[in-house]
Unconditional design. Structure first.
Length: 114
């Protein structure tokens, strides 16, 4: 369960930004989470609700999660395709000479603060 450590990292990062920018409170934090990142959004939300209560800046902050589509690139035919549908085998040429280009990451996209 790396969702807890992810939430702790996000809260620590947002608190640091709040201190640096002299912000008083955060209304929401938007995370982008890749489809194949192994992060379970429901767990993030649960840990967020529990963890934010301990923060002076985030007590009432909402966590928003946006999904990053998993996209794979085929090195043989040079096309991209939906990873969740076709996995590692290119649907255009049948090659397995492919690699993931998006969908494994998570990012803090936006912080709405006052």
């Amino acid at each position: 369960m790396h969702e807890l450590s992810t939430v702790v990292y996000v809260i620590d990062t947002v608190e640091k930004i709040c201190r640096e920018q002299d912000l008083k409170t955060v209304a929401s934090v938007t995370l982008e989470v890749g489809e194949v990142s192994t992060i379970i959004p429901e767990y993030l939300t649960d840990f967020w609700e529990w963890s934010k209560k301990k923060s002076e800046f985030l007590k009432d902050a909402e966590l928003k999660i946006e999904k990053i589509k998993a996209v794979t690139y085929c090195q043989d035919c040079r096309k991209t395709y939906d990873t969740m549908t076709y996995k590692k085998i290119c649907p255009y040429c049948g090659s397995g000479n492919t690699f993931l280009i998006t969908g494994n990451e998570y990012n803090i996209k936006e912080i709405e603060a006052m």
